[in-house]
Design a protein around this ligand. Structure first.
Ligand SMILES: NC(=O)c1ccc[n+]([C@@H]2O[C@H](COP(=O)([O-])OP(=O)(O)OC[C@H]3O[C@@H](n4cnc5c(N)ncnc54)[C@H](OP(=O)(O)O)[C@@H]3O)[C@@H](O)[C@H]2O)c1
Length: 268
């Protein structure tokens, strides 16, 4: 059985993708190979899933149809020319945050196509959302490879590369905003007299339940908000404070700052 897909990097995201590909039976373990850096993430992933690990992945890449770049963006420069040459005629799919198609194409100049993606951290448990931008239009076969790979991380959307800085600002950095909001709810709950454990538990379950209700419903978030807001009630009292403090204006500024930083980082 020959190797069909290789992973450069075997950390959290690569591991989530590999497990998703195997769970959904898109590949057999012997059709997947990975490599890593100095720590033993690759051998560990291979041992846990039955895929191959090679310290030097070059020969496996010659055999494969696709390569997933899943190392850290800083480790991208360490990918040597021999390995990049072995990707001639292959589909290259990068999950490296903030690494533009232009930089990917310099290194993988002979790839048959390159896809830049922006996943987010819930992808580590298959509950993420990823946006992807291909260098050229994807063939049906390559779209299938992209679909199988990204569906392991959760939902996915095709976008123009020019949208990826905004995507980074919204869904890429977004989990941190949500975690910060949960922490703020916990702190405010404590200030209202609850003990810390209970406040944290109520905050997390409120987020989880609300997200599930939103995903399950066809209503807009504003409609679900209005459905729990009786005139003159407790929710209305709290929402009035959000409005007076211009919560939406603040979120708007936060996303604009994240987008501007994403644009700056792409130039570095
Ligand atoms: N984590 C997220 O939720 C998230 C979200 C959006 C985007 N991303 C992107 O996903 C990528 C991977 O993130 P991660 O969280 O999975 O990172 P991670 O857990 O730190 O894994 C990085 C992997 O790259 C390997 N590596 C290091 N140097 C290498 C080299 N020279 N050649 C080949 N492999 C090398 C590491 O190996 P050793 O550790 O064994 O040395 C490790 O297996 C990053 O580019 C990040 O920007 C991640």
């Amino acid at each position: 059985m020959s190797i069909r897909i290789v992973f450069i990097g075997a950390g959290r995201m690569a591991s989530a993708i590999v497990r998703g590909l195997l769970d959904k039976e898109h590949y057999l373990p012997e059709e997947i190979a990975c490599t890593c850096g100095d720590d033993p993430t690759g051998p560990t992933l291979a041992e846990e899933t039955g895929i191959h690990y090679f310290a030097d992945i070059t020969n496996a890449l010659y055999e494969a149809e696709a390569v997933v770049l899943a190392c850290k963006p800083q480790q991208f420069n360490a990918i040597d020319t021999t390995l990049a040459d072995a990707a001639t005629g292959k589909l290259v799919l990068s999950i490296l945050a903030g690494t533009p198609l232009a930089r990917l194409s310099e290194k993988f100049a002979k790839a048959r196509n390159i896809v830049r993606t922006m996943p987010n951290t819930p992808g580590q448990i298959g509950a993420g959302v990823t946006a992807f931008a291909p260098l050229r239009g994807l063939t049906e076969k390559d779209f299938g490879i992209v679909e199988n790979t990204l569906s392991s991380l959760g939902n996915f959307h095709e976008v123009d590369e020019s949208d990826l800085d905004a995507v980074t600002a919204l869904s890429g950095s977004g989990p941190a905003y949500v975690f910060e909001f949960v922490a703020a709810l916990r702190e405010a709950g404590i200030n209202c007299g609850l003990d810390e454990g209970l406040a944290e538990s109520l905050a997390i379950d409120t987020l989880l339940g609300s997200a599930m209700l939103l995903a399950d419903s066809e209503s807009a978030p504003e409609d679900l908000r209005d459905a729990v807001t009786s005139p003159g009630g407790t929710t209305a009292a709290a929402l009035k404070v959000f409005q007076e403090g211009d919560l939406r204006g603040l979120v708007d500024k936060a996303l604009a700052a994240a987008k501007a930083r994403s644009l700056e980082l792409a130039q570095e």
